[in-house]
Design a protein around this ligand. Structure first.
Ligand code: BTN
Length: 247
């Protein structure tokens, strides 16, 4: 992971560039990096604020030979790798909010966007976009974001060496990924649950088809979130917008 790095000053988004590189045969572990994204993409079609020089805006190409339904596991693995890297580099107490937001306290510091290229039920490649607010100051965020996002620098008071961070992230990701391919999802599941902000909390979920309220009880062996409603019934949630409430 990270043996091949394609770095840009300014791009619209690193995601389509990584797709292009992957389609042209870029090796597994290729990373596309940019200093500035003018059209950074978040999940669910949202924009991702990616100003110059303050963040880590990167897309990672991987080619796991796993069936399609297992791809969410790769996102969970990525969140675990990022969370561990932040802990090791800064000592900050990070939490993962399902499915893949990294939080410090109740503010988001990193988001992950996984995009997939597949044929029938086999994965060709995945592009995993990682957006980490590294050295932003509060004044760098637009006012509508200031209350809900943070950066490693704001939290730790120290500026982060982005290259060192990326090197460590590549190492940790590779270690998790090798283990996952050899031994399966169990370790990622456990590490994810250990870092989880979501498990044990009462949540309101808005999926495409329904609204659901209940307590997040864990991940199943596939990596799908399990939510228990008031009637004690377990619902499996593949994708949704999550809100948390007290108690
Ligand atoms: C989210 O939390 O909504 C996911 C945010 C993902 C942002 C990263 S930054 C690098 C890559 N390029 C993009 O345009 N998006 C991802």
């Amino acid at each position: 992971i990270g043996q091949n790095v394609i770095a840009y000053d300014e791009v619209v988004s690193t995601q389509p560039l990584a797709h292009e590189a992957a389609a042209k045969g870029a090796v597994e572990g290729t990373i596309v990096l940019a200093e500035l994204q003018t059209g950074g993409k978040g999940r669910l079609g949202r924009p991702w604020h990616s100003p110059k020089g303050t963040g880590i805006w990167m897309s990672l190409i991987i080619r796991p030979s796993i069936p399609l339904p297992k791809t969410p596991q790769m996102t969970l693995l990525t969140a675990v790798a990022v969370a561990k890297t932040i802990r090791e580099e800064t000592g900050l107490p990070v939490k993962i909010k399902w499915p893949n937001d990294i939080f410090i306290g109740d503010k988001k510091v990193c988001g992950i966007l996984t995009e997939l290229n597949a044929e029938s039920d086999r994965v060709n490649y995945l592009v995993i976009g990682i957006g980490l607010n590294a050295n932003s100051l509060e004044s760098d965020f637009p006012s509508e974001l200031a209350q809900i996002v943070t950066s490693l620098r704001i939290e730790s008071g120290e500026s982060l060496k982005r290259v060192t961070f990326i090197q460590r992230l590549c190492r940790i990701f590779e270690e998790e990924y090798d283990h996952y391919l050899r031994a399966g999802f169990e370790r990622v599941k456990q590490e994810w649950e250990n870092h989880s902000y979501t498990i044990g909390k009462w949540v309101t979920l808005q999926t495409i088809s329904q609204q659901l309220e209940g307590r997040a009880v864990g991940l199943d062996e596939e990596g799908v979130l399990m939510v228990e409603d008031q009637a004690g019934q377990i619902h499996k949630v593949y994708s949704a917008d999550v809100n948390y409430r007290a108690n």
